[in-house]
Design a protein around this ligand. Structure first.
Ligand code: LR7
Ligand code: MN
Length: 576
């Protein structure tokens, strides 16, 4: 499930909140600011941006972000959870809390008690309220997809958009009902939303999953920009303009708000740490990571500057609608949940765009431990299948790292049907997207992505000689780094490989051979944990590669821990 960004988790004091929110309120356009700008020639944004010469510079914006928030003086200041504070419940309500938990896998009981238009603390960095944006920003369609979302959370999401977005920039709110089963999401929802002319509801006739549900929403959207949000969020003061401003400055920028944490337990709104960006680890697992201190210094970054992100979390972002379609939108072959954030992230970066987190735009999201809805098929298999589609289209030779981190079994295409990828591969060609190598070097250089687990000479400790591949067969030689014939890779497929040939156990008696490498053949794989350890045959699990004590022969023998003729060492190890 979605990982939490780090947070100091300081409780919010209501006095502070109201005061700071009021201090920052500034809903009138400020002509003086324009003059001031002209005088000082001050730039709108700093950081990475100033070094980007690919787009013609636009003149700076002229008005302060409209901090519209009709909830600042809430009608029910004493209500539970008001101002984003933790809502409490008495011990005798415990059973009720438990009972309703599974409806959303968070505290549904409390959510229902909190006003649907509660105030939340304005958590933006101080300078955000002073930032300038353009008058003629593009309008946006906000798209919420949902399946069996909790009533009060869905409403709070919609209200937060209505109450905290400048009306001229909010074209519409599109609710895409991904075939929910709950009755309250049918007529009652229609009826409730009919009071808001901007809210439209689309109902899917069968469960499509969030990816195709978003596509259905995008297909009817009329705004120039699409803004996707999860259906259990609260948009903060001034959240929208900073996102649209980025798209306005460059239509290939894909801005994401800072995602803050709404506690699943007490529904409190929690500030998260600054300078966090979206990254991934193998096998394509999303996570947060703080920008290194040196990077912040080197780029002179302030807490309000956009943060370039190798990948986005997935659920909350704005994108120019035309650009979204130029990119081929999402791969419609992705099912239900998962992987689409990787797909769109790689696609954006490799095909000429950029993903950024905009600290002046903040949206709270309820992070929860489990998906509260059913997966039509097995959850794990669904996500794995989505990831394989992404890996096969976008990762080039690096897809071995994906499979090599616990997903070897997905190489067996008889076991999983990944569907047709022709269109996705064609799209990548047509868009002339850059390689994954380029992406790693330019967008995510701190990612460790060695193409082999180990490489170099393969030294046998008992024989004190190295493996060599000479005229089509394996033998031992005095170790010599300068000889290519002694160089092997221990790959992520767990192959012992030289060029296209892999070390293969042929049979117990007839010695060893070589076979053309083939990722799908488990019999070509060897376990090798660390330097000076055994090479264990993958299929049998207890047979080890052993050098003949008298010379040039190789055998497959039962593993014996103390046998040094079964101990092997590569020159370099990349992964632990
Ligand atoms: O079949 C489905 N149909 C839907 O309409 C499944 C889900 N959905 C809806 C659902 O009701 C919700 O509004 O899609 C939205 C996202 O589903 P969640 O809230 O269960 O997802 P998540 O928050 O656990 O997961 C994150 O990763 C997902 C991967 O597919 C999506 O990209 C989510 O949008 C994404 N959420 C965020 O980025 C919020 C921050 C989380 C983090 C990190
Ligand atoms: Mn979510």
């Amino acid at each position: 499930h979605a990982p939490l960004p780090t947070s100091k988790k300081e409780p919010i004091k209501s006095g502070d909140v109201v005061q700071s929110a009021l201090d920052k309120t500034n809903s009138k356009m400020d002509e003086n600011v324009k003059d001031e700008l002209n005088k000082t020639g001050k730039k709108l944004q700093t950081g990475e941006d100033s070094k980007d010469n690919s787009v013609p510079a636009r003149k700076p914006g002229v008005h302060k972000v409209l901090s519209l928030d009709v909830t600042l003086n809430p009608r029910d200041a004493n209500a539970v959870g008001q101002f984003g504070q933790a809502a409490l419940f008495a011990s005798n309500e415990d059973a009720e809390v438990r009972k309703r938990w599974d409806e959303g896998h968070f505290n549904v009981y409390l959510s229902d008690k909190i006003p649907v238009d509660r105030a939340i603390p304005d958590t933006r960095p101080e300078m955000c309220a002073q930032n300038l944006v353009h008058d003629d920003l593009p309008s946006t369609s906000v798209i919420f997809c949902f399946v069996d979302e909790v009533w009060s959370t869905l409403l709070r999401s919609v209200h937060s958009v209505l109450n905290r977005s400048p009306p001229h920039l909010l074209k519409e709110i599109i609710l895409v009902d991904d075939f929910s089963t709950k009755d309250y999401l049918k007529e009652p929802l229609d009826k409730y939303m009919s009071q808001f002319p901007k809210v439209k509801i689309i109902r899917l006739k069968e469960r499509q999953g969030l990816i195709r549900a978003r596509l259905a929403g995008a297909a009817v959207a009329k705004g120039e920009v699409l803004t996707f949000l999860d259906s259990h969020i609260e948009c903060n003061v001034g959240w929208l303009e900073p996102l649209l401003e980025r798209v306005y400055l460059d239509r290939k920028k894909v801005p994401c708000p800072v995602i803050e944490v709404i506690s699943d337990k007490d529904m409190s709104y929690m500030l998260v740490d600054n300078f966090q960006r979206g990254v991934f680890k193998w096998p394509l697992v999303f996570g947060w990571s703080a920008l290194p201190e040196e990077y912040i210094k080197k780029h002179n970054m302030t807490v309000a500057d956009p943060i370039r992100c190798p990948v986005m979390a997935g659920g909350l972002f704005s994108i120019d609608k035309k650009y979204f379609y130029e990119l081929g939108a999402y791969d419609p072959g992705l099912d239900v949940w998962g992987g689409e954030n990787m797909e769109i992230s790689f696609k954006i970066w490799m095909c000429g765009g950029e993903i950024e987190i905009i600290p002046c735009s903040r949206v709270g999201h309820i992070f929860r431990g489990q998906n509260p809805y059913k997966f039509p098929k097995d959850r794990q298999k669904t996500v794995e299948r989505n990831l394989v589609r992404v890996a096969e289209v976008w990762l080039d030779e690096y897809k071995d790292l994906f499979y090599g981190h616990g997903y070897h079994h997905l190489l067996d295409r008889k076991a999983i049907d990944i569907g047709n990828l022709t269109e996705q591969i064609e799209l990548r060609k047509r868009l002339k997207c850059k390689s994954f190598k380029w992406y790693l070097e330019n967008v995510y250089p701190d990612m460790d992505a060695p193409l082999a687990k180990a490489e170099g000479l393969v030294f046998n400790r008992g024989l004190r000689k190295c493996l060599a591949l000479q005229s089509g067969s394996l033998s031992f030689e005095i170790c010599d780094l300068s000889k290519q014939s002694q160089h092997f890779n221990y790959t992520w497929m767990r192959h012992i490989r030289q060029e296209d040939l892999c070390v293969a156990p042929q049979s117990k008696d007839s010695g060893f051979g070589l076979q053309p490498c083939d990722n799908t053949k488990p019999e070509l794989r060897w376990f090798h944990k660390s330097s000076n350890s055994a090479l264990v045959e993958f299929v049998s699990h207890h047979m080890c590669l052993e050098a003949g004590a008298l010379g040039d022969t190789l055998h497959l023998n039962p593993c014996v821990p103390r046998n040094i003729f079964q101990k092997w060492q590569f020159t370099h190890y990349h992964a632990q």
